[in-house]
Design a protein around this ligand. Structure first.
Ligand code: BDR
Ligand code: CA
Length: 309
């Protein structure tokens, strides 16, 4: 099985990424789940990760809490989208059955990669703080990371007109990661908005009778409402699940190999991903930029995965 570390801020769509990776049909082995401040503070994101693991009986996966704030900028969370808990909607027990492990997420990432046979893929679906800190703390991990499949950025924004939330939430970290030289598969808004869970899709998922599928439907019900209220969308894009779907079946996506820079200065453009699709900078490509998703294949994969619970 392909080894992955899910670095996340659950988060409705982060939760769905975990569930897809943890399903019985998945070819992925989750080495650890690490959490970061993002959709809500890191303590709540950690609680949510533990609750998702409980729900899906993913009992043996270590969950490690990570960075509680971005490297440089002030922390800002996404309550408008994910609610006060960071994962509002489903009714869940207040306290998860287990605690996070003692080690800090950055240490877990470093140790797992240093001990690996260069076969660990990082799957960040929140701000890139933990990954940047791991690279700065132990640069020897950089050539050992197999690949980074991340959700972030795009050629338009959702938090500012220019910037997507995960990159905007810590653009300095994003810059470190994008300039690291590790092969990056980038799932930005251009493609994740194509993974739109419409009412029709949610109804289909509701036919699957198991507690995990019910949990997903509850997540989608809340998430779709905030997407309607905030963006006027008919459904919610399950952004983060694209990263995992790619690792299970890369043929779902179409890519361009391009250069991407991260803006960390602009008054209007902080956190923007500058995607050079036409090659005008003549800079060496550093990113496999996903721009198209096969919706039938994607939803079939997601449905089949939920059916295995
Ligand atoms: C990203 O921001 C968060 O709200 C989601 O979990 C996703 O990772 C989308 O911009
Ligand atoms: Ca996320």
């Amino acid at each position: 099985k392909r080894k992955v570390i899910l670095d996340c801020d659950p988060g409705h769509d982060d939760a769905m990424a975990i569930l897809l990776a943890g399903s019985k049909q998945s070819n992925l082995n989750i080495e650890a789940i690490t959490t970061v401040a993002g959709n809500i503070n890191v303590e709540k994101n950690t609680l949510n990760a533990l609750k998702v693991c409980d729900k899906a009986h993913l009992d043996d996966i270590p969950v490690a809490q990570g960075s509680d704030k971005p490297l440089v900028k002030k922390m800002e969370v996404a309550k408008e989208i994910h609610g006060e808990s960071g994962m509002d909607g489903p009714q869940l027990p207040d306290t998860p059955s287990k605690e996070p492990i003692q080690a800090h997420a950055v240490k877990v990432i470093i140790d797992k990669i240093m001990q690996s046979d260069n076969d660990i893929t990082l799957v960040p679906t929140g701000p890139l703080t933990n990954i940047a800190l791991a690279m700065r703390t132990e640069p020897r991990i950089i050539p050992k990371v197999k690949e980074i499949a991340l959700m972030g950025g795009g050629t338009f924004g959702n938090w500012t007109p220019a910037a997507e939330f995960n990159i905007w939430a810590d653009a300095e970290s994003a810059k470190i990661v994008f300039e690291s030289g590790v092969p990056i598969a980038m799932f930005g808004l251009d493609v994740t908005h194509q993974a739109l869970a419409t009412e029709e899709i949610t109804k289909e998922l509701a036919k699957i009778e198991n507690p995990v599928a019910e949990f997903v439907v509850d997540l989608l019900t809340f998430f779709s409402k905030t997407y309607k209220d905030v963006f006027g969308f008919d459904g919610a894009p399950i952004h983060d699940a694209c990263t995992v779907a790619y690792l299970i079946d890369p043929s779902i996506f179409s890519f361009e190999h391009v250069h991407v820079d991260i803006e960390t200065k602009g008054d209007y453009t902080y956190g923007m991903t500058i995607v050079d699709r036409l090659g005008v900078t003549e800079k060496e490509p550093n990113v496999h930029f996903a721009y198209k998703l096969d919706q039938d294949k994607f939803w079939k994969l997601f449905k089949d995965a939920l059916q295995t619970y």
